[in-house]
Design a protein around this ligand. Sequence first.
Ligand SMILES: *Cc1c(COP(=O)(O)O)cnc(C)c1O
Length: 362
Amino acid sequence: MSHRVFNFSAGPAMLPTEVLEASAKGLLDYQGKGFGIAECSHRGKEFDGVVDEAIAKTKSLLGIGDEHDVLFMQGGATMLFSVIAMNLLHTSADYLVSGEWSKKAAGAVKDLGLKANVVATSEATNFDRAPLPSEWKLDPNADYFHVCSNETVHGHRLVEWPTSASKNLIVDASSEFMSRPHPVKDCALVYAGAQKNLGPSGVVLVVVRKDVYPKLKKTGIKLFDFKALAENKSMINTPATFGIYVLLENLRWIERHGGLVGMEKRNAEKAKLLYDAIDNSGGYYSPFVAVKEQRSHMNVNYRLPSEEKTEAFIKEAAKNGMVALKGYRTVGGIRASIYNAMPVEGCQALAQFMGDFAKKNG
Ligand SMILES: *Cc1c(COP(=O)(O)O)cnc(C)c1O
């Protein structure tokens, strides 16, 4: 394996080395057959086995059973913003607008000429937090309630998924899916673009509760029909076969490393290293997120005293083998994305670097 740096990219993001090695092997020669997994029919037994195992592992990791279907879609989480509304929005749906991504999700509904009721928004304070449940103005007749559980750009998360707020909760979990145990069994639909925490781009993992099928609207597009996709094991047409294979290798890796409980423990330890470095810097590093308990365990955002110092920080970190730390363009500062694949050592190295840099440049 060639030299690898600590890559803090927000997405597409780093993957575990073991996953990449197994995937590279399967790309060249799948199980000694003389062809790779990206070079065979999606209708053949090799890929069929991949899909079956990916569905089974997704279900076992999430602790769900026959009430839910697991789908592998394309078009990114962004396409799901529209497809969900096209399928499930009859009258109006509730949207919590807590950041860039949930704002886009609600915007996609409006673009379709449908009604998104914004139950609360923190836009006035530049999405420095998610509005608290006590601030939400939910409509009891809404078709569903949509939230983004981890706002990737701003670096905050919902401490708990609000399953008690709606029996038809829909969660965009793109930047935290499988990073901790999730109450998926109490959700109508959960979706995640793979490229943050699960695999390469090109695959969206969707978990849908079957009791929504009788309520589905006719979209007129078979590829957007959750029920038809489930009935065809997501193979109405050619799925993103190699992406699904890498995703499967990642699910195997998660399983080997203690499942979602193991991920949660490791991610909490990693996040604490960085938040401690912020909190113990005497104000040199200022956290972006205003509500401490909402601090994301996946995307850690903070600012330095000036633009010049921020630039110098990014440059010097790269020289020390820590890359992709620049914050999102609308937010600025530093964003360290530390998904499942980031080893504890990467966070230790960054925390150490933060301390040293502050001392030298204070
Ligand atoms: C990255 C991201 C998206 C968009 O994903 P695409 O696959 O690029 O469409 C949506 N929601 C969240 C929370 C994200 O982090």
